[in-house]
Design a binder for this molecule. Structure first.
Ligand SMILES: NC(=O)c1ccc[n+]([C@@H]2O[C@H](COP(=O)([O-])OP(=O)(O)OC[C@H]3O[C@@H](n4cnc5c(N)ncnc54)[C@H](OP(=O)(O)O)[C@@H]3O)[C@@H](O)[C@H]2O)c1
Length: 249
C-alpha cells in the first residue's frame, strides 16, 4: 500500500524499534523527510540511521527522552531548526509495565504517564507553531485502553487519556486545519517477540489466533499503513477519530 508523502516534514517519537521504526521507514519510503528520536543507545539506532541513509530524503535520528519536558522541547526545537515547519507528528514512543495495582509505586505511575501521555501533550504543544493548515497529528494509543487490562491500569489510563486529548484538540485545532487522530493497535508482533522465550511467543500467537477475527497477530507494516493514511491527504476529512488496528479483536 503506497501513500504519497512527498516533501512532508514529519516528527515521529520513538522510531528506533518496533512500531515506530516501521512508521519511520514507511514514511521515508513514501517520500517524507523524517526526524525521529530514541531514549537509549542501541544497535537499533545504528541500523535505523544506516537504513535512512539509504533512503532518499532529509532524515534525522536523535537522542531525546520524551519522558522529560526539557528533552521534548529540545527535540521539537531540533525539528524546527532542521525543517522550519511540520506537516505531521506521530506520538508513538511508549512504555509499559505489568504490576498489580496494589503494588504500583507512585514513581512507576508517573513514568508511564509521563512517557505515554505528558510527552504527547508537550510534543503537540511545542510543535503547534510549526503545524500549518493541512497538517496531521497521530497519537498511538492502545486497543487495551478501551478494553481494560489487569496489571496495566497505569498504562491503560495514560492511553485512554490520549483519546480525550485527541478529541478535544481535534475540535480546538480543526478550525485552523490541523487534524488529530488516534491509532489504537491491538497486539502487534514487533522484534520484542524475537527477544522473548519461544514458548511465550508461541503462547501469545495461539491466544490471539483465538481472540481476533483475523486469527493472528498484526505486523508492524499493518500498523504503519493506517498511520501513513492518517498523515496523508487521503484522510483530509477525518479528525478526532480512533482507528482500531486490532485484527477484529
Ligand atoms: N506492540 C504492540 O503490540 C502495541 C500494542 C498497543 C499499543 N502499542 C503502542 O505502540 C507504541 C510503540 O510500541 P512498540 O511495541 O513498538 O514499543 P517498543 O518496541 O518498545 O519501541 C518503543 C520505541 O520508543 C522508544 N522510546 C521508549 N521510551 C522512550 C522515551 N522515553 N523517549 C524516547 N523514545 C522512547 C524506544 O527507544 P529506546 O530503544 O531508546 O527505548 C523505541 O524506539 C507505544 O506507544 C505502545 O504503547 C503497542
Amino acid at each position: 500500500m503506497e501513500f504519497a508523502l512527498h516533501g512532508k516534514k514529519l516528527l515521529v517519537t520513538g522510531g528506533t524499534r518496533g512500531i515506530g521504526r516501521g512508521i519511520v521507514l514507511a514514511a521515508a519510503r513514501a517520500g517524507a523527510d523524517v526526524l525521529t528520536c530514541y531514549r537509549q543507545e542501541s544497535e537499533a539506532v545504528d541500523t535505523l540511521t544506516a537504513a535512512l541513509k539509504e533512503t532518499a530524503g532529509d532524515h534525522h535520528v536523535v537522542r531525546a527522552d520524551v519522558g522529560e519536558i526539557a528533552e521534548v522541547d529540545r527535540l521539537v526545537q531540533e525539528a524546527a531548526d532542521r525543517f522550519g515547519q511540520l506537516h505531521g507528528v506521530v506520538n508513538n514512543a511508549g512504555v509499559i509495565s505489568h504490576i498489580p495495582f496494589g503494588e504500583l509505586p507512585a514513581d512507576e505511575w508517573s513514568r508511564i504517564i509521563d512517557t505515554n501521555l505528558t510527552a504527547a501533550y508537550r510534543v503537540i504543544h511545542q510543535a503547534l507553531p510549526l503545524l500549518g493548515a493541512g497538517s496531521s497529528v497521530v497519537n498511538v494509543g492502545s486497543r487495551g485502553a478501551a478494553a481494560g487490562i489487569p496489571l496495566r491500569a497505569h498504562y491503560t489510563a495514560a492511553k485512554a487519556a490520549m483519546t480525550g486529548l485527541t478529541r478535544s484538540l481535534a475540535k480546538e485545532l480543526g478550525p485552523r486545519g490541523v487534524r488529530v487522530n488516534v491509532v489504537a493497535p491491538g497486539v502487534i508482533e514487533t522484534e520484542a517477540f524475537d527477544a522473548m522465550p519461544a514458548e511465550r511467543a508461541a503462547g501469545l500467537r495461539a491466544t490471539y489466533a483465538q481472540k481476533t477475527a483475523l486469527a493472528r497477530l498484526g505486523t508492524v507494516d499493518e500498523l504503519a499503513g493506517p498511520v501513513l493514511f492518517l498523515l496523508s491527504e487521503h484522510s483530509a476529512y477525518i479528525t478526532g477519530e480512533t482507528l482500531n488496528v486490532d485484527g477484529g479483536i
